[in-house]
Each structure stands twice: as C-alpha cells, then as structure tokens.
Design a protein around this ligand. Structure first.
Ligand code: XMP
Length: 535
C-alpha cells in the first residue's frame, strides 16, 4: 500500500492500479500536504466522500509525476510557511497542467502568486470564526449560503493587483479575497476541513463531484450489502465470537454481523457474542464499548493477570508484542469454546495483513510490523469481513450501516495497547499509572478543544527517574513523556505544537494527581526520525 506518494516509477504505478482495484475506482485525487495542523482533517473529509485520495509529498512530487498519474483533482493544503519566504519546494508547474486544483490557505496563496496576484502579510492576523460573504454563487459554493461561519487561521492575504486575473468569490471583514478562482484553479483562504466551517463538507463535495466530475465513489452501500449477505450465508445458524475493542474496524464488523444475523421478524440474536479484553487498555475504552454496544451479548474478560504473567521479565518491545499476541489468542480461543462459537471474527484490515508481510498484490512484501490480529493460527475458522478494505473504505462501510461517528473517528490506538507506552518490564503499578496519566491528558485535550485537531496523542511511562520535591521533603518520581502528533496518515508525523499553557496545565495536573510521577516532558521529535508510538 502506498501511504505517502514520494516518487512515481513503474512499481508505484502498479501499486496505484492495485489500490484502485481495492477501492473499486478508476479515479484518484492527490492531496499535497504542506504541513498544516489540519491536514488529516482534509484527508478525512475527502475519504468521507468515498473517493480515493493519496497524500503526495510536496518536496518530491513534480508536475511530470502528476502528469503520469493523471489525478482527477488536486488539493493543496495549508501550512506554516509564507509563499514570499521562498522556503517551499512545491513544483508550481503543477498548476499549469489543467487539472482542477483546490488550494486551502497557503495552497490558495501558492497558485494565486503563480498567476500574478501578490501575497502579503496582512495588517491583521485572522484567527477564529468569521462570517463569509459570498459574492458569486459559483459551483464551489453550490448549496452554501452567504453569512455562514468559516474558520480563518492566517497571517498572509492574497491581494488583487491591477492586472491579476483572479475572480473574487467571497470575502470576510479582514480578508478581501476569502475565496477565488482562475480557470481550473480554486482557492479558499479559510479552512473547510474543520467543523467550525459549517459549509466545509459541501465545498469538498462540490470540488470533487461538480468541479472535478468524479464519477465512481467507493460503493460502500453495495459492498456492505454483499458483505452482510455473504456473512449470513457463511454463518447460517452457527455462532460467532467477535473480538471487540471499540475501534472503528471491530465496531464496523459488529454492525455487519448485526445486520447479517438480525433480520426478518427478529430483534435480537443469540448467535453473536462480543468479547472485550481488559488489561492493557486505556481507562475509557471499556466504558466506550459498554456505551455503544448495549445491543450485543457483551462479555468483558479481565485478562490483566494473564497479560502481566506473560509479560513478566520481558523488556524489549518485540518480546512484549509477542507475549501480548499469545494472551490475546488464548483468551479468544477459550471464550470461543465457552460460547460454543463456530467462528472467531476480527476487524482485520487489508493494510494489517499487508504490513505483516501478506496480501495478494506483487511479490512477497517486507514485514513492517506483525499486527496483533494477523496469522494467529486460531483453531477456529476466522471471519474477517474487512480484510479487503483499507481504513477509510472500512469507515465508509461503517457509515453506510449506521456505526456511530464517534466510534469511527476515535483517535487510533494500537492493538498492543499500553504495552507500547511503558518502558521496560510491564507491571500492574505501571499500567495503573499509565491509565491515570492517559485519562488526564486526553480529558484535557478534549476540554481545550484540541482533541480533534491532533491526529493522535499518548503518554509514556519512562524508566527515567527524577529527583523531585513534593511538600517539604525530597523524593524521586517517574518521568512521564507526553507526545502528540499532526499527521495525515500516520506514516510521517510532526510533533504537534500544543499551546504552552496547555502543556503546563496537563503537567501540573499529572504531577499533582499522580503521586508516583516526578516530572513531565513533551516530545518534540517528528516521524521520522521518531515513530508515533514510543515502542
Ligand atoms: P508508529 O509507531 O509505527 O505508529 O509510527 C503508526 C500508527 O500505527 C499504530 N500502531 C499500531 N497499531 N498494532 C496496531 O494495531 C501495532 O502493533 C501498532 N504499532 C503502532 C500507532 O498507534 C500509530 O497510530
């Protein structure tokens, strides 16, 4: 699978062709990610429309590369740079290819400068929601009304020069060109990808389907129907045990199974049991599953002791990951026998199999990481209805069959759970501290309205110990490392620049409320060189 397009050669073209097959489309969109903190929200907004969107590296992909892959449309995101600084290496010849472009913020300024507009530091930096006055109701604003709220976050403005050819489509009080158009180039100074911009989803829809004339979106409805019918036929009157973590994939499988097994005059089924494994999970995961899956025969299995026993003495990450897989498999096998199950169902995606070295396209692939849910060698036949899906096609199916959005867009959490966020040997005490710290951090991110803008965040229990002074005496305490990243697809990431006041608040809350913690640090490294998870 290609996660960020960094070059276009024969192999990449083959991979694109194969991914188009998986996504049942002949069309491709490119998103050039210029490093805005909201880039992953653009990807999500476009994925939601069911079109195939690949993230392109603006430093590597040239106009010649773009010409070879013939995208239906191109989105150029915002970013922290200024066009007049000359630090961006984006190939502006891409704007001359005649392919429809939607520039957002910096992406808009880039093409505007390219066609002769000037881009200047504005006297007033605009941040926050503003009323958008729409001048001209073009197809980009189809179905949108003037006066709606849009989120602005910029210090530079596109300005019209006497001979510039830009058509001004909209303005706000501080921004004379809040949206513009020139031939196939479209741009908005505001951020349509954030929830504050209520017309955002409509703008992405108009760009993809009216301006770029995309025809074949992922047929989630048909695929869902096929999967439900096939599950119904395979399962018949037999029983299924589902590994249910509450992440988007296992949740979607739960709903597929519901539709496969509950039909006709029935309102419930005793053929399905969900198992939630407690032990290396975060504090709110279990409640989250209980809240959304009250319609399923849900069994919570407390495997804490089994995990701790298997993890005893294991210090390296590969050892710990293997131990985790062993317990996960044993718990599911035991529960399947107890329930009288004939199948074990999991939310495994095609990507999980591919990253574990499997899959069906091309030659035998490298194993990037052995996923906890792949090749476990169960003695039961497995049901993995999403094993021909990638994350967003799985989500599209979920949306189609009514999986709550809250389940679909939760920040990712790795299968091996808190194990990858605790250094050294895993103990019950460390797990308890990891949960308390995670709870405070995620709670405060939500409180500050930062949760959605951050792609993923976590807290790590390090092996470092700091001397500290709490009360009158000297003591020592664990060093906790917080991290948060901005990313588009998890394959590269930028350390999120969280507000200092926020970091101080979380740090204080952790050291005040978790007695074992002596100090809190914040990770500033990007991926690469770091990875997103600590372990
Ligand atoms: P890394 O740490 O590789 O993480 O930069 C990229 C994304 O993958 C998640 N991750 C995992 N997910 N099993 C999973 O299901 C794993 O073993 C695993 N390791 C990392 C990580 O949380 C991030 O979202």
């Amino acid at each position: 699978m290609i996660h960020t397009l960094g070059n276009v050669d024969k192999q990449v073209l083959l991979e694109i062709a194969s991914e188009k097959q998986i996504r049942k489309t002949s069309e491709l969109f490119l998103l050039f990610s210029l490093g805005s903190q909201f880039d992953h929200l653009i990807k999500q907004a476009v994925d939601r429309l069911g079109v195939f969107c690949l993230v392109a590296d603006p430093n590597k992909i040239t106009a010649e590369d773009v010409r070879k892959i013939k995208p239906k449309g191109i989105i150029v995101s915002g970013g922290p740079a200024s066009v007049y600084e000359g630090t961006l290496s984006f190939d502006c010849k891409i704007f001359d290819l005649g392919i429809p472009v939607m520039g957002i913020c910096l992406g808009f300024q880039l093409w505007a400068q390219h066609i002769g507009c000037s881009v200047e530091k504005s006297p007033k930096r605009e941040f926050g929601t503003h009323h958008l006055s729409i001048f001209e109701n073009t197809i980009l604003f189809s179905g949108c009304h003037s006066g709606c709220n849009v989120l602005m976050s910029h210090g530079d403005n596109v300005l019209k020069t006497t001979n510039s050819k830009i058509r001004v489509l909209a303005y706000t009080d501080n921004c004379p060109i809040a949206a513009g158009n020139y031939k196939h180039l479209w741009g908005v100074q505001f951020h349509p990808e954030v929830t504050e911009t209520t017309i955002g989803p409509q703008i992405f829809w108009s760009f993809c389907f009216l301006i770029c004339k995309a025809k074949n979106k992922y047929p989630a409805k048909d695929v869902a129907r096929e999967k439900i019918l096939s599950l119904r036929e395979t399962i018949g009157n037999k029983n299924v045990l589902l590994a249910l973590s509450g992440g988007s994939d296992s949740s979607t499988v739960a709903y597929l199974l519901r539709d496969a097994l509950i039909h006709g005059q029935y309102e419930t089924t005793d053929q399905l049991r969900g198992v939630y494994i407690r032990g290396i999970d975060r504090p709110d995961d279990e409640d989250h599953v209980r809240k959304y899956f009250d319609w399923i025969d849900l069994k919570i299995v407390d495997a804490t002791d089994r995990f701790l026993k298997a993890l005893r003495g294991k210090k390296t990450m590969p050892e710990k990951r293997l131990a985790m897989r062993g317990v996960y498999k044993a718990v599911l096998e035991k529960e399947a026998i107890e329930f009288g199950a004939n199948f074990i169902a999991q939310g495994t995606l095609f990507t999980d199999i591919s990253e574990s070295g499997g899959g069906y396209e091309g030659e035998k692939k490298a194993q990037i990481k052995l996923h906890h849910n792949v090749e476990l060698g169960f003695s039961f036949p497995e049901l993995t209805p999403l094993d021909d899906c990638v994350k967003d096609t799985g989500r599209s199916i979920g949306r189609e069959i009514g999986v709550p959005e809250d389940l679909l867009v939760r920040q990712p959490f790795p299968g091996p759970g808190l194990i990858v966020r605790i250094e050294g040997e895993i103990t019950g005490d460390k797990l308890k501290i990891a949960r308390q710290v995670d709870d405070i951090y995620i709670h405060e991110l939500r409180n500050a309205g930062l949760y959605e803008g951050v792609w993923q965040a976590g807290a790590v229990i390090t092996q470092s110990v700091t001397t500290c002074t709490k009360g009158d005496g000297a003591a020592s305490g664990i060093v906790v490392a917080l991290w948060a990243v901005w990313s588009v697809n998890g394959f590269t990431a930028q350390a999120a620049e969280l507000p200092w006041d926020f970091i101080k608040l979380v740090s204080q809350r952790i050291t005040n409320n978790v007695p074992e913690v002596g100090a809190v640090v914040y990770r500033t490294s990007d991926k690469p060189p770091a990875t997103i998870e600590w372990g």
